[in-house]
Design a binder for this molecule. Structure first.
Ligand SMILES: Cc1cc2nc3c(=O)[nH]c(=O)nc-3n(C[C@H](O)[C@H](O)[C@H](O)COP(=O)(O)OP(=O)(O)OC[C@H]3O[C@@H](n4cnc5c(N)ncnc54)[C@H](O)[C@@H]3O)c2cc1C
Length: 346
């Protein structure tokens, strides 16, 4: 294998989308992950293609979400055409029911010309929806594990070199020459050379760059999620109640999310979280008790202090870039952030 144009470290949705975008621009790309591609935070995600509390978002991150939303249909359609895999992207709409959030949602929707309906009454049967809820018809969802499968197939098709179970321990400063150019990284005892390096290690990014005195602060925030199943889909819209939500899929699966826990890199699921999610779900919609329990999982969201991801050059290096810290919006923001970082490189 010859020298790479780009090495991408971290194969979640951000790394996969970045590697794909660079390969589409004709560059030779290698993608490394310490485990299997897409099996960390990205696999855990629900796939709501909207910020949860858009009115309180950092303006820079809001802009990324806005652009992400605008380009998603095109991104999915290209992937589907290239790979034949359908990630089930569609505008199911979202019903915002938290009475604390209704006023702010309304104001935000008006300010940003988002289609909203205050009079909407076609609620899911037997759901205890407060009278003043708002339906946002344009909000879409995507089935994330299928999206990741499509991205993986696309990378293979574009001849991206994929290395799994390949962990980068750190960026070795001795590899630098005086201009701040990184020549290579050593992974699993082997040197890999490239012109450019992109770090997309999600919640592990700060850890990875610790030795480099980089001013990067990314904290893991655990999220737990449940999946249940009905024989058929009972309702179509997503329902958001503060931090809790239902995401119904077309085949009867229904996701119940999610917790927000500051427990470091501990990814264990807990009965406490499962009980909390089920109690919320039953209280709002007793019919959920008829569904079959399928799975309980967790993921580590990469959170930054100001809510905006790091997208750009790493301090002291001319050819090392970061694309990390997308917190609760990495699925939504992946295509637009991949494009941004690629435009900095070529
Ligand atoms: C429960 C839950 C629900 C969510 N719901 C949504 C949602 O509805 N909509 C939305 O937009 N977002 C959602 N998110 C957030 C979204 O999942 C994340 O923002 C996104 O997955 C971040 O992607 P990433 O590629 O940066 O991180 P990850 O997917 O965590 O990928 C990072 C990768 O880097 C690898 N890595 C780390 N260190 C190294 C190293 N040293 N060497 C090599 N590889 C390394 C890891 O193995 C991992 O595969 C949710 C998250 C959770 C946990």
């Amino acid at each position: 294998m010859g020298k790479n144009d780009c090495i991408v470290v971290g194969g979640g949705i951000i790394g996969m989308a970045t590697a794909r975008e660079l390969a589409l621009r004709g560059l030779r790309v290698s993608l490394f992950d310490k485990g299997k591609l897409g099996m960390e935070s990205s696999w855990a995600a629900g796939g709501i293609l909207s910020p949860m509390r858009p009115w309180s978002e950092n303006p820079g991150s809001f802009e990324l979400s806005h652009q992400g939303k605008a380009c998603y249909a095109g991104f999915i359609s290209e992937l589907k055409q290239q790979t034949g895999i359908d990630p089930e992207y569609y505008c199911s709409g979202l019903l915002m029911i938290s009475q604390d959030d209704v006023g702010k949602t309304l104001q935000w929707a008006k300010n940003h010309e988002i289609l909203f309906d205050e009079e909407y009454k076609n609620y899911p049967v037997n759901m205890r929806i407060p009278a003043k809820s708002i339906f946002l018809a344009e909000i879409a969802q995507v089935r994330v594990p299928r999206l990741l499968k499509a991205l993986h197939a696309s990378l293979l098709d574009l001849q991206v070199n994929i290395f799994e179970n390949a962990e980068l321990a750190d960026l070795d400063n001795t590899q630098n020459n005086t201009q701040g150019i990184l020549q290579s990284v050593t992974i699993s005892g082997k040197k890999h050379y490239a012109d450019n390096f992109i770090i997309t290690a999600g919640a592990w990014t700060e850890k990875l760059l610790k030795k480099n005195d980089a001013q990067i602060e990314i904290e893991p925030v655990l999220g737990q999620m449940l999946c249940l199943k009905f024989p058929e889909q009972r309702f179509e819209m997503m329902v958001l109640d503060g931090g809790h939500y239902f995401i119904p899929r077309k085949d009867g699966h229904i996701l119940i999310g999610s917790t927000m826990e500051h427990v470091g890199f501990n990814k264990e699921t807990s009965e406490t979280a499962k009980n909390e999610l089920m109690a919320w779900a039953r209280e709002l919609w007793p019919d959920i008790s008829e569904a079959k329990f399928i799975k309980h999982w967790s993921g580590l969201r990469p959170a930054t202090e100001n809510g905006k991801p790091y997208i750009g050059q790493l301090e002291n290096y001319d050819n090392v870039y970061i694309n990390a810290g997308h917190f609760r919006k990495g699925i939504l923001q992946a295509p637009v952030c991949a494009r941004m970082i690629s435009e900095m490189i070529c």
